[in-house]
Ligand binder design. Structure first.
Ligand SMILES: *[C@@H]1O[C@H](CO)[C@@H](O)[C@H](O)[C@H]1NC(C)=O
Ligand SMILES: *[C@@H]1O[C@H](CO)[C@@H](O)[C@H](O)[C@H]1NC(C)=O
Ligand SMILES: *[C@@H]1O[C@H](CO)[C@@H](O)[C@H](O)[C@H]1NC(C)=O
Ligand SMILES: *[C@@H]1O[C@H](CO)[C@@H](O)[C@H](O)[C@H]1NC(C)=O
Length: 512
């Protein structure tokens, strides 16, 4: 190679930026609440979801996508890129009167994106703490916020009621805010429509020279079961009243996603948008949801609780119309989306998530070889689950003396293996909606043992416990749980503070 040629190249490189930096994509993250595995058209549901089916068919469906089994933890991991054990939030959800929120040192996703130049907006359910102003979405990286701070409420009155076991008292109050102010003028308006309108107005007002981050955390399809009548019309064939109402709520949500997508297109933003759709946890069978044929449901570590609906739609994807069977977890969105935004992750403690863009867009193998579902020493199984029992550890049992205490509610995934310890929660195989119950059958009538091992790829329904056949795999995974447990932060789970009382300030909100 002549030196003349080299010099030329060098001069050229210095003088002209060869590749214009890729424009930062708009990021729209739509979170559904308690949306079950079987409740979307492309999983064979009897519920109609034309917009979700079409949108996902144009993108990448994530079919081995995992979330946490309940609301606060999934949202926490989405926002921090960290496992629950690494923020001290491994136990339960944040109840309305508990004085805590996500620790400040876990820098949240919107703050990264804001730092990268995005305008950041949130609409919908927060559920990451609100006892003091410092915990609110507007103080955690969102330029604007409209929504409710707790986990559930009436879809029309926007009132949340909470029975405090510590105070032995029920508190009720409005939970709806515009920014940090209480929003009183939406009484009677159905939340799925209100939140969609708010999202549309954000899209409409977006400065086209700035990238947009919109986090739309819909109330749908969490209980209470409420929906305007017109959404029930297609479901006269469903007899179970809970399932019928839930189906209507799903239809409203499907329409909401259609409206948001259309607005992005009409505003000319769509060509440069990455849209993620995700549920926060498995469906709640007690309130119309279905995760068939997966075992368990919301609030359990069975697949029905943690394997969720998710997809990405975007003209920026390299491979579209595909299904991704790689292991992806909700903690992966933070590094993935910050990566897309061209931001830098700068934390003292390492993240638990991985950048999945190459996996999602190009189809390369997932960098995630392992997934800690959770370790929660305080877990109690307190929802009804007739016919299914848990057999606590007896002193002579195998693994009674392992380093990791196998009575603890925990689960870990490593390639095809999944190990569960303690009581994972209701482990039924709930029948397919409309079936009389043929799928209720367990493989045996034995109670659930403290240690269970499944080959999830061959046995996604968790029917054949292989712990006796593969003791070395069990040992190995118990060792991994033991290592993880050593890195866990102390559990934050304070008793209720009576100053939460919404009648003192006219609504739920910061009291400190
Ligand atoms: C979607 O848009 C249509 C047409 O504007 C509207 O009638 C409908 O209420 C919207 N749906 C939701 C859920 O916001
Ligand atoms: C990362 O954070 C540390 C401590 O806050 C700071 O000193 C350092 O400059 C930061 N690095 C980058 C690349 O932002
Ligand atoms: C093991 O864990 C269970 C459930 O969290 C707990 O009740 C028990 O005290 C623990 N045992 C030991 C020896 O720490
Ligand atoms: C469930 O059990 C019944 C009675 O024991 C049996 O007839 C049926 O075939 C089983 N169904 C499945 C799906 O295993």
């Amino acid at each position: 190679m002549s030196s003349e040629w080299l010099r030329c190249v060098v001069v050229f490189l210095v003088a002209v930026p060869l590749v214009k930096a890729a424009p930062q994509p708009n990021i729209v993250f739509i979170m559904a609440d308690d949306y079950g595995w079987h409740d979307i058209g492309y999983h064979g549901s009897e519920i109609h979801t034309p917009h979700l089916d079409k949108l996902s068919a144009s993108g990448v469906r994530l079919e081995r996508y995992y979330i946490q089994p309940i609301c606060t933890p999934s949202r926490n991991q989405l926002m921090t890129g960290r496992y629950q054990i690494h923020t001290g939030m491994q136990h339960s959800i944040i109840w309305a009167c508990q004085p805590y929120c996500v620790p400040r040192e876990a820098k949240p996703l919107p703050q990264y994106l804001k730092g990268a130049g995005y305008s950041t907006h949130m609409v919908g359910k927060w559920h990451l703490g609100m006892y003091k102003k410092d915990c609110l979405p507007t103080r955690r990286g969102f330029d604007t916020y409209f929504g409710y701070l707790m986990g559930s409420e009436d879809y029309y009155s926007h009132v949340h009621c909470y029975y405090s076991p510590d105070e032995k008292k029920t508190f009720c109050g409005l939970d709806l805010r515009d920014g940090e102010e209480v929003a009183t003028e939406y009484k009677g308006d159905y939340s799925t429509e209100v939140f969609t309108q708010k999202a549309l107005s954000i899209i409409d007002k977006q400065d086209p020279d700035k990238p947009l981050f919109l986090y739309l955390a819909l109330q749908a399809v969490h209980f209470p079961l409420q929906v305007p009548d017109r959404y029930l019309e297609p479901y006269s064939f469903i007899n179970d009243p809970k399932r019928k109402c839930y189906a209507g709520m799903v239809s409203a949500m499907d329409e909401a996603v259609g409206n948001v997508t259309l607005a992005l297109q009409q505003k000319g933003l769509w060509e440069n948008t990455v849209l993620v759709f995700s549920t926060d946890n498995g469906g709640q069978t007690l309130w119309g949801g279905s995760n068939w044929p997966l075992r368990g449901r919301k609030a359990t570590l069975w697949e029905g609780g943690v394997r969720g609906i998710g997809f990405v739609a975007s003209p920026l994807l390299k491979q579209t119309g595909t299904t991704c069977n790689e292991l992806i977890h909700i903690s992966d969105w933070l590094p993935t989306l910050v990566g897309l935004a061209g931001g830098t992750i700068n934390t003292t403690k390492p993240l638990d998530g991985f950048n999945m863009w190459p996996t999602i867009s190009y189809g390369v193998a997932s960098p995630r070889l392992e997934l800690l579902h959770n370790i929660d020493p305080l877990y109690t199984n307190d929802l009804p689950c007739p016919g299914m029992s848990y057999q606590p550890l007896a002193s002579g049992d195998s693994w009674a003396n392992s380093d990791f205490n196998v009575s603890i509610h925990a689960a870990i995934r490593s390639s095809n293996w999944k190990l569960l310890t303690g009581d994972p929660g209701c482990g039924k195989w709930f029948p397919r909606p409309g079936d009389s119950g043929s799928d209720w059958n367990q493989t045996s009538n034995d109670p659930v043992k403290p240690v269970k091992l499944f080959d999830i790829i061959k046995d996604p329904e968790e029917r054949n416990d292989l712990s006796d056949q593969f003791p070395s795999v069990v040992d190995n995974l118990l060792g991994r749980l033991y290592q993880y447990q050593k890195t866990a932060s102390p559990i934050i789970y304070p008793r209720d503070d009576p100053r939460c009382d919404p009648s003192l300030q006219g609504a739920w909100g910061p009291w400190e």
